[in-house]
Design a protein around this ligand. Structure first.
Ligand code: NAP
Length: 247
C-alpha cells in the first residue's frame, strides 16, 4: 500500500545514497512518492539495502554504481538512473568526501580528488541531468556549513570545494529557470554519519559551535531536501540545516 505524496510519479537520483545523509534522503523522497536511484561508489550491499527499504515503501528503486572521481562515471550515473527508472525529475548531488587537515599536509593528489568528487562531479551530473529533465526538474546539492563559517583551522580544501557549489547553484538557477528547472543548495552543519560521527574525537567542539548545542541527524537534512524537491518557487537559494552553526 502506498499513499499519495508530493513526489508521486517522480524519479529521483541520490548520489552517495548508500549511507548517511544520502540514504536518509533516498528514503525520505520515497516516502513522498518518488522512485529512487541510489548512487554508490563502494558500498554495493549498503546501496542494495537502501533499495530494499525504498521498495518496502511501495516505490521502485535501483542501485547505480559510479565513482564520482571519474568524469565519465559522474555523468554516466545520471543516464544509468534515467534509463533504469524511465526519466529523471530530481537530482540530489550528495556524494562527497571530507578531507580536513593542516594546509601543509594536503597533497596535490588529495586536492585533485576532493575537487573531482565535490565539485567536478556535481557540475557534470547537473549538466547531464539538465539535458534529460523536463519542465519542473529539481537539482538539489549538498554543500556544507563551512561555506558560511569556517570555525577553525584545517578546512582549506574542503571549504574551498564546497564554496564552488554556491556559484554553480546560482548560475544553474539562472540558466535553467526558463525551463522551469530549479537549483538549490543545502548546507548541513555537523551531522551524525560515518563521515562525522557524533562520538568522534572532534564532536563535542562541533556541537558546541551550534546554537542548539548538538549534532543533527541525516533525517533532519533529508526533510529539507524533500521540501525543496516539492517546492515550485524556490531557486538559486541556500539553506542552512546546521543547528545555528552560522548564527
Ligand atoms: N556529516 C556531516 O557532518 C556533513 C556536514 C556538512 C556537509 N556534509 C556533506 O553531506 C554529504 C553526505 O555526507 P555524509 O556525512 O552522509 O557522508 P558519508 O556517511 O561518508 O557518506 C558518503 C556517501 O558518498 C558516497 N561517495 C563517497 N565518495 C564517492 C565517490 N568517489 N563516488 C561516488 N560516491 C561517493 C559514499 O558511497 P560509498 O559508501 O559507496 O563509498 C556514501 O554513500 C557530503 O557531500 C558531505 O560533504 C556532511
Amino acid at each position: 500500500m502506498t499513499s499519495a505524496g508530493i513526489l508521486d510519479g517522480k524519479v529521483a537520483l541520490v548520489t552517495g545514497g548508500s549511507r548517511g545523509i544520502g540514504a536518509a534522503t533516498a528514503l525520505r523522497l520515497a516516502l513522498e512518492g518518488a522512485d529512487v536511484a541510489v548512487g554508490y561508489a563502494h558500498g554495493k550491499e549498503a546501496a542494495e539495502e537502501v533499495v530494499r527499504a525504498v521498495e518496502a515503501r511501495g516505490r521502485r528503486a535501483v542501485a547505480v554504481r559510479a565513482d564520482a572521481a571519474d568524469p565519465a562515471e559522474a555523468a554516466g550515473v545520471v543516464h544509468a538512473a534515467a534509463e533504469a527508472l524511465g526519466g529523471l525529475d530530481v537530482l540530489v548531488n550528495n556524494a562527497g568526501v571530507g578531507v580536513i587537515g593542516p594546509l601543509e599536509t594536503l597533497s596535490l593528489t588529495e586536492v585533485d580528488r576532493v575537487l573531482a568528487v565535490n565539485v567536478r562531479a556535481v557540475f557534470l551530473a547537473s549538466q547531464a541531468a539538465a539535458a534529460l529533465m523536463g519542465e519542473g526538474g529539481r537539482i538539489i546539492t549538498i554543500g556544507s556549513c563551512m561555506v558560511q563559517r569556517v570555525p577553525g583551522p584545517g578546512g582549506t580544501l574542503y571549504a574551498m570545494s564546497k564554496s564552488a557549489l554556491t556559484g554553480l547553484t546560482k548560475a544553474l538557477a539562472r540558466e535553467l529557470g526558463g525551463r522551469g528547472i530549479t537549483a538549490n543548495l543545502v548546507h548541513p552543519g555537523p551531522i551524525d554519519t560515518d563521515m562525522n560521527p557524533a562520538d568522534g574525537p572532534y564532536a563535542a567542539g562541533q556541537a558546541a559551535l551550534t546554537a542548539l548545542g548538538r549534532f543533527g541527524t541525516a533525517g533532519e537534512v533529508a526533510s529539507t531536501v524533500a521540501h525543496l524537491a516539492g517546492a515550485t518557487f524556490v531557486t538559486g537559494a541556500e539553506f542552512a540545516v546546521d543547528g545555528g552553526h552560522a548564527a
